[in-house]
Design a protein around this ligand. Structure first.
Ligand code: GUN
Length: 309
């Protein structure tokens, strides 16, 4: 079997096209476009790329998007002051602080910053109130990556209700909200993590397997029930040749990318899984673009809630 590829890039273009007229209507009605403030602290190379794509997509759908850059040497108080200023600024309907924050800000810094974002502007869905509403299945906004996965499954006609979904990873950003969104759509959900015993056997139960651990090529064919849907949330930069060979094999087209650039982005799912799975998201071009499209949708929803018709 060769898995059907689930094209997140194509769906994200479609979602952007659906959002654009609603943004134009909002702007005409309210007299200002939905506003998104993005805070980037430091210069993490992956975050630079993600943030650039978020700015571009936001502008593309017609938002006002402002990027607030803070140096890696900033104090937590300064980050919190920035968030407080953006909370009070009526031009912004959404605030996104790119994760991860520099380690120098200390453990718990990220949580304190997310806690400080006004709940009505929390377009990431990371605040405790947003998470609480998600647990109770009454959230208007949920985290972008898991929301994008649900959108993809639903639009691809992949049934969720009654199916066994296995999520590898228990992060606040992906694993936990992913499990809740699947549960609310009536899946039977198992969450696996680094202490889970016999991970391949647990994963082989899955009709829908979501890998969100950040370990290149972890999910191999022995993790996958034939015909299962496999969603690869991982985006791992591989810079070691032996690792690139293990994950891709020298014959893979993306191995050429490694040879040219000295690094390559790979998912948590080994490409050989395509021979067992029924459907599979590619990396890149799978879940990544959907995360951004859902952020746009969340920002539009936040703007609509702040300026009801
Ligand atoms: N870092 C990786 N994914 C995300 C996301 O969805 N939102 C934010 N703020 N940071 C991230």
């Amino acid at each position: 079997m060769t898995a059907r590829l689930l094209d997140g890039q194509k769906l994200s273009v479609q979602l952007q096209a659906e959002i654009r007229p609603a943004v134009a209507a909002f702007t005409a009605r309210v007299g200002q476009p939905p506003g998104l403030a993005i805070v980037l602290v430091g210069n993490d190379p992956a975050s630079e790329v993600y943030v650039r794509n978020k700015v571009r997509s936001g502008q593309d759908v017609g938002f006002r998007v402002d990027l607030e850059r803070l140096p890696a040497t900033v104090t937590l108080t300064e980050v919190l002051d920035t968030v407080a200023r953006l909370n009070a600024d009526d031009r912004y309907d959404g605030i996104l602080v790119q994760s991860p924050l520099p380690a120098a800000l200390g453990r718990g810094a990220e949580q304190r910053v997310f806690d400080a974002i006004a709940v009505g502007k929390d377009v990431d869905g990371f605040s405790p109130e947003s998470v609480g509403l998600l647990v109770q299945n009454r959230a208007a906004i949920a985290a972008g990556t898991p929301s994008g996965v649900i959108e993809l499954l639903e639009r691809e006609g992949i049934p969720i209700a009654g199916r066994h979904a296995v999520v590898i990873g228990r992060s606040d950003i992906v694993g936990k909200p992913m499990a809740l969104l699947l549960l609310h759509r009536h899946a039977t959900v198992t969450i696996c993590h680094s202490k889970s015993v016999d991970l391949p056997a647990l994963c082989r139960q899955a009709d829908i397997l979501v890998a969100a651990v950040g370990r290149a090529g972890l999910v191999t064919p022995d993790f996958v029930k034939p015909g299962a849907t496999v969603i690869d949330v991982g985006i791992n930069r591989v810079t070691d040749r032996a690792e690139a060979e293990r994950v891709l094999g020298t014959g893979h087209p993306r191995f050429k990318v490694f040879e040219e650039k000295g690094s390559v982005l790979v998912g948590d799912v080994h490409p050989s899984v395509a021979e067992v799975a029924g459907a599979l998201t590619p990396v890149p071009g799978g879940v990544g673009p959907l995360t951004i499209a859902m952020l746009m949708r969340n920002t539009l929803a936040a703007a609509g809630a702040r300026h009801p018709a």
